[in-house]
Design a protein around this ligand. Structure first.
Ligand SMILES: *Cc1c(COP(=O)(O)O)cnc(C)c1O
Length: 361
């Protein structure tokens, strides 16, 4: 490899496309004749306004975001949305949540501080290894929204079919699958994603929200926590995360240049298949998720023992494959293969694991 970079299987922050990093490098000291780095620039400058406008437009083009949706760039990561969602969307003080893993659990815990949470379905009974059937949920008429985490980063579970919300607003945490495949935005009321998994540097969340859900009457809420504050000020009520917006904008352009989300999905399917095919044929390693609900992005797997798991993690690290240790709540191993992980990375990992298995029979 040109820069002696490692194949980084981290769940986030994660790899970025190399051409994007090169462009950022080339513009580091003097962004397009401005005489400054983007880090040094006023967010009120014309140059930066163009950066944020283009970032938003490119994202709109990529996802086909309808005009009646706002795109917001907010600080506080995806975690702050666990609070902002119920604070802004609970009109009747009641919402339905689906519990499919660690991240939906966290969102549930925060929402409970704001109002009544009805957990209408859960996969806790099988340690979050599947997505429950949500075709006919018991949803109270006055529930304000139905909430899902569309790809559970820690448990490696993903939704194949959205829940039947029976006409209620759907809210989705797409942090670890954002832009990994085409998305029909009008199926949702709110989509949000912390960008450090699949797009850019940490410290920012993209919120795509249908305009009629943005309320102007929440004046008792701290100003920063109202969606209207961000929507009415072009995501610049205060100084935004200029650097993240700039880097994400570059990734949006890069995705457009390779053929958009259809092409990205093709690549992601081919890449994940390399690993899943190996896990299905291996006697030493096995995937932990029911095949139907396997994530394209986060692939947890185990051996027969925690000791052997630890041995594999140490061996992969020594061989130059980083961050394969599973989350502490799940154990085992986890390979995160976001958009920017090349297929060669998945192939190299599988070659290594196959060899390890042969040598440890
Ligand atoms: C990482 C992650 C979060 C938290 O993101 P932060 O930006 O660290 O707050 C929330 N939801 C999902 C699904 C995640 O993967």
């Amino acid at each position: 490899m040109k820069y002696n970079r490692t194949y980084n299987f981290s769940a986030g922050p994660a790899m970025m496309p190399e051409p994007v990093l090169e462009e950022i490098r080339d513009e580091m000291l003097n962004y397009r004749g401005s005489g400054m780095c983007v880090m040094e620039m006023s967010h009120r400058s014309k140059v930066f306004q163009q950066i944020i406008d283009e970032a938003e437009q490119d994202l709109r083009d990529l996802m086909g975001i309808p005009d009646n949706y706002k795109v917001l760039f907010i600080q506080g990561g995806a975690t702050l949305q666990f609070s902002m969602i119920p604070m802004n969307l609970m009109k009747n003080g009641k919402a339905v949540y689906i519990e499919t893993g660690a991240w939906s659990k966290k969102a549930i815990a925060e929402a409970k501080k704001v109002g009544e949470v009805i957990v209408a379905a859960s996969s806790k009974d099988k340690n979050y290894t599947y997505v429950p059937d949500c075709s006919d949920l018991d949803i109270p008429e006055d529930a304000d929204y139905v909430y899902i985490c569309e790809n559970e980063t820690i448990h490696g579970v993903t939704w194949q079919k959205l829940p039947n919300t029976k006409g209620h607003v759907l809210v989705s945490d797409q942090s670890s699958m954002f832009l990994s495949k085409p998305c029909n935005v009008s199926d949702y009321g709110v989509i949000y994603a912390g960008v450090q998994k699949n797009v850019g540097p940490a410290g920012m969340v993209v919120v795509i929200i249908r305009e009629d859900l943005i309320r102007e009457d929440l004046t008792d809420l701290p100003i920063y926590l109202q969606y209207s504050t961000h929507a009415n000020n072009g995501s610049m009520y205060n100084t935004p995360n200029c650097w993240a917006i700039y880097c994400c904008g570059k990734v949006f352009k890069y995705l457009k240049s390779i053929g958009g989300l259809e092409e990205m999905e093709k690549r992601n399917i081919a890449k994940a298949k390399v690993i899943y095919d190996f896990l299905d044929s291996s006697k030493m390693f096995k995937g932990t998720v029911e095949p139907e609900f396997r994530s394209l992005m986060n692939i947890p797997f185990v051996t027969e023992s925690a000791e052997l798991d630890a041995e594999v993690v140490a061996a992969t690290k020594a061989a130059g494959y980083d961050n394969l240790k599973g989350h502490k709540s799940v154990g085992g191993l986890r390979a995160s293969v976001y958009n920017a992980m090349p297929k060669e990375g998945a192939e190299a990992l599988v070659d290594f694991l196959r060899k390890f298995e042969a040598e440890h029979k």
